[in-house]
Each structure stands twice: as C-alpha cells, then as structure tokens.
Design a protein around this ligand. Structure first.
Ligand code: SF4
Length: 305
C-alpha cells in the first residue's frame, strides 16, 4: 500500500525545447491547448524544424509522461511513474517518512499492535535481533532498521549518531555516543543499504525518543540470498518471551552492580524491582560498557549464525 499523499498526473514536454521542463497537464486544457489541437500546425517551431503537422490533431513533437508527486510537499517534484515503485512513497515503507508521520498522524488513526513487556514497547509486526535492533521488511523487500525499546530505555539520551556504513551491500553499522561512551551497533544480517537516517545527525535524540518510527537508523533492501538465514531474528511470542527474559536479566545485572556500590546511587524504582528509564546516567563509564557489552554487543547477533 502506497502513501496517501502520493498523487498521479501527466506532464508535457516539447521535444524541440533545449531544456526539457515538464509542465503539468490541466484536465480542462486538452480542448483548447494548441499542442493538442489542429492549431499546432501554426506553431513556428514546426516550420523551423521542418516537421509536418500531424493529421491526428496532436503535435508530433509533444511528449507526455505519467508522473507521481508528493501532494504534501511545498514544491512538488515529479518523478516518472515507474520510479516511484522503488521509493518508499510507493510501498508500505512510507510509514517511515518524516512528512507522512507529521501530517497523517497514523498512530491516532490506525495504531500498530504493540506489546508492552515490563514497560518496554515491542511492536508486533517487527523482527528483533539478539543485540536489540529491529527490522521491518515490506512486501517488496524494502526494509528499515532501528534500535529497540530496551536499548532506548537504558540510554534515554544520546549525544551523537555516527554512521559507519552509508551505502552498498554490508552489515549496517553506526556508533552511538551517549554518557561519555561510543558504542557500536551493527545489524547482524547483510542487506543492500540504501541510506542512513541523516535526520539523526541534526536531532540524535529521536533515535531513542521515537525509536520505532522517525528514529530509524537505516533504510535498505533485504537480500534474496539471505532469505532463510535469519541471524537470530525473533518475532511474535518468541520475541516477547525473549524480551521478558532480557528485562529480568538486566534487572538482576544492575542489582548486582548496585550491590557493589553505596545504596541509593542507582535510579531504581521505589519497590526495588524495575529499572528506571535512563539508569545508565547513574552508572560509571566502566559499568555502562559492561552492561552494553553484555546485552547490546554485535557479537550476540553473530553468535546465532
Ligand atoms: S514524500 Fe512522504 S508524504 Fe510524500 S508521498 Fe512520499 S512517503 Fe508520502
């Protein structure tokens, strides 16, 4: 299903013009337009080029193209119909478009099914890697990758996102700088990477604030050769059970860390049970690295292959 803001129209070009610039066809113009009626015979360009007028009534130098454009954009850019099929506008991937999300507010109309596992959101349509990244694959193979709710909850704030891979066949990788630590995140499967989310350079906070939508990290295409190799990807009930175990294990890990330090240093909930979002800010640099290595290391994904 394509984006509701994606519209179709026709543009016209005169082949005799040195700079081809598509002019949008008005539906009502056909009857009076000189290029589309017998009046084209009087056009001086035809005589200049020694081209005979057409008996069909339509100028032989006229080209018409079916194009699509974004009705939400202030200055629409017309692209040939065939190309829109390979952009996110023509597929369900439009749900990651900045403009679509800000104008359509889809979460209010058709909320995605989201499980909540001990305070961590887990959208059910996504697949998850053991190192806490998510993957969303469309019917046509276009995919998006981001960090999951647990990593977002642990860090809660991020200073910078640096993209290591930006294009080509690779395991998409980035470095997240947060709480004085530079942490590499690598998707364990090879994909054909189309582009990283460059908006994160200007506003890295959305990586965690809106980790399942505008905070996506990479856009690309799933490789057919990788079908069947899931690199430990989990979905549905399996993902929910795994996340429950991860949250519990993380709680226990941080309580063990807390046991080695003064009471009250950690931002734990009042009942002593669950971790408060952003608890990483209460850890030392070495402790953050220990937790990140144990739960979010790229090796956790590769070990499943
Ligand atoms: S640019 Fe965004 S809002 Fe516009 S048609 Fe494409 S997906 Fe929709």
């Amino acid at each position: 299903m394509g984006c509701p803001f994606l519209k179709e129209t026709r543009t016209r070009n005169c082949r005799a013009m040195p700079a081809r610039r598509g002019i949008v066809c008005e539906a009502t113009a056909a009857a009076t337009d000189k290029c589309l009626t017998a009046a084209h015979a009087t056009c001086p360009v035809l005589a200049e080029r020694n081209v005979s007028p057409s008996p069909t009534g339509r100028c032989p130098l006229l080209d018409e193209t079916l194009v699509q454009y974004c009705a939400a954009a202030q200055t629409p850019k017309y692209i040939p119909f065939s190309q829109s099929q390979i952009t996110r506008c023509g597929s369900s991937a439009h749900r990651y478009c900045e403009m679509y999300l800000s104008l359509a507010r889809p979460s209010l109309d058709r909320p995605d099914a989201v499980a909540n596992i001990d305070g961590i959101d887990l959208p059910e349509r996504l697949s998850y890697t053991p190192n806490h990244l998510w993957l969303d694959v469309e019917e046509d193979g276009m995919c998006h990758i981001g960090v999951d709710g647990l990593l977002a909850s642990v860090l809660a704030q991020v200073d910078r996102v640096h993209f290591i891979t930006v294009r080509g066949t690779c395991r998409p990788s980035a470095v997240i700088s947060a709480h004085g630590v530079d942490w590499p995140v690598t998707f364990p499967k090879t994909v054909l990477l189309e582009r990283p989310n460059l908006y994160l350079r200007a506003d890295p906070g959305r990586l965690l604030r809106d980790c399942y939508r505008t905070g996506w990290l990479f856009e690309g295409w799933e490789l057919p050769a990788d079908n069947g190799r899931d690199a430990g990807l989990m979905r549905g009930a399996r993902a929910a059970a795994w996340m429950r175990a991860e949250v519990q294990r993380l709680n226990e890990r941080v309580h063990r860390l807390a046991g080695t330090r003064h009471a009250g240093v950690f931002a734990l909930a009042g009942d002593g049970g669950s971790l408060a979002p952003g608890f990483a800010s209460a850890l030392s640099r070495d402790e953050i690295l220990e937790v990140l290595h144990e739960f979010f290391s790229p090796q956790r994904g590769w070990m499943h292959e």
